[in-house]
Design a binder for this molecule. Sequence first.
Ligand SMILES: NC(=O)c1ccc[n+]([C@@H]2O[C@H](COP(=O)([O-])OP(=O)(O)OC[C@H]3O[C@@H](n4cnc5c(N)ncnc54)[C@H](OP(=O)(O)O)[C@@H]3O)[C@@H](O)[C@H]2O)c1
Length: 229
Amino acid sequence: MKGRVVLVTGANGGLGTYVTQAFLDAGATVVGTSRKIQQSDFKHSNFTAVPAEISTLEGARVLTRQVVSLFGKLDVLAHTVGGFAGGQSIVDTDDATFQRMFDLNLNSVFHILRATIPPLRQTRNGRIIAIGSRAALEPNAGMSTYSASKAAMVSLLKTVALENNDAGLTANVLLPGTMDTPANRKAIPNADVSKWVQPATVAELVVWLASDAGKDVNGSVIPVYGKDA
Ligand SMILES: NC(=O)c1ccc[n+]([C@@H]2O[C@H](COP(=O)([O-])OP(=O)(O)OC[C@H]3O[C@@H](n4cnc5c(N)ncnc54)[C@H](OP(=O)(O)O)[C@@H]3O)[C@@H](O)[C@H]2O)c1
């Protein structure tokens, strides 16, 4: 990955931390973004923190312009921003929850795609890897807005793959099951964590898809379900 410029969204999150570190370990130049990201989050000379709010198109565009002006190009977008809400039936789900799930899981990806696809096309070898969820394909009771927002996101990514094949740009989406993150350990204290997906495994797959070896994988929706498959 040496010489490749990678933008990781959600870089300080449970998964994004691993994705950022994996790209740094692979020799990439990494811009990590989130609202609260700090330069001190990764002690590596190839890491640059650029705080941004990507729930608006303008925020995503400002961020992308910053990356290109700092490093001259953008080769890879690894989009991990997302979030979960659940526990209520559709009847009991309020507008605010619906809006929050679609802002976090769908609108953010729509904005960052619109902002980054032009520079990614220019490299003629660009990569987009986005993190969906198993729930996109397998909705559970009480998770309607999460599942629906992730399903719509999968649809967007497949469209990106179709629209940008001509420029050597690939777009793929990974669907993890429950991951072994600090937030999940806190939220579900009695779970059998041995069944959870390791974020490091997901991160390695993200880096592989971004590498030269991954160039023929496009428009894929990849389950990463661990021992619960
Ligand atoms: N955890 C799981 O078990 C699991 C399972 C399946 C799928 N997933 C999916 O995997 C992805 C990563 O999950 P995770 O557990 O790592 O989530 P997480 O720890 O909550 O991280 C979310 C990240 O997104 C950033 N973020 C949130 N809103 C933002 C905004 N408006 N603009 C910019 N950055 C924003 C957060 O940082 P700031 O607060 O600093 O902005 C944080 O870095 C998500 O898409 C999630 O849906 C997770």
